[in-house]
Design a protein around this ligand. Structure first.
Ligand SMILES: [Zn+2]
Ligand SMILES: [Zn+2]
Length: 216
């Protein structure tokens, strides 16, 4: 079944930087201020926007019109894998949820309609990863961006982890499972500021334990 769907790639129309650089606006590594810093948001969202812009031009639809909202509804109602994952996300960002009034798929945490839209979003990744139509880095990038755009739906430790990771996911890196676990343990130990000064997943995972702190 899944082979019949195209699963077009997403986020590959824009060349990504090869090194994490400081953002001229927020002063942190590009991506770490996402989505509140305008420059961080612009740089990251450009991967999504390039695909959506291409879809708009190929369908003759103008941005900011009712036709664009109709297109977003069509994208979401089509089969999983019919459009790039970036376009699925952009469609969700454009539409409001009819049930809870929030952004579709990331509104009220208890909203059934949002839960259904969110589940459809991740069905794309589940199938595409199996068929190698999406890289693990692209999946991690999508997860981090979706999470940071819906902070009310996640624990602060998860948000901190995505914020720390995004600059390095953006340049194509991916933590190993054990690195991710180590970094998470450091976050839970309240060491975000120390982690934020380090250059990459390897360095963050290698932050030495501070056992003498455990009684403080
Ligand atoms: Zn920034
Ligand atoms: Zn909702």
């Amino acid at each position: 079944m899944a082979e019949l769907q195209p699963f077009p790639p997403g986020g590959r129309r824009v060349d990504r930087p090869t090194e994490a650089a400081l953002c001229s606006n927020c002063g942190e590594l590009v991506g770490r201020g996402y989505p509140d810093c305008a420059i961080c948001a612009e740089r990251i969202d450009d991967l999504w926007w390039a695909d959506w812009r291409h879809l708009l031009s190929s369908t003759g639809v103008q941005a900011g019109t009712d036709e664009e909202l109709d297109l977003a509804r069509r994208v979401l109602s089509d089969e999983v894998g019919a459009y790039p994952w970036t376009c699925t996300d952009w469609a969700l960002w454009l539409l409001r949820c009819a049930e809870c009034g929030g952004q579709l798929g990331s509104g009220d945490p208890g909203c059934v309609a949002c839960a259904a839209s969110d589940a459809a979003r991740w069905a794309w990744d589940h199938q595409a990863l199996q068929h190698r139509r999406m890289t693990p880095n692209e999946h991690a990038l999508r997860v981090a961006v979706a999470g940071l755009r819906a902070p009310h739906r996640h624990r602060s430790a998860a948000l901190a982890g995505w914020r720390l990771a995004l600059p390095f996911l953006f340049i194509g890196q991916l933590p190993t499972t054990s690195q991710a676990q180590r970094i998470r343990a450091h976050i839970l130990a309240g060491r975000y500021d120390e982690l934020a000064r380090l250059d990459g997943f390897c360095a963050m995972a290698s932050l030495p334990d501070l056992p003498w702190r455990s009684t403080s």
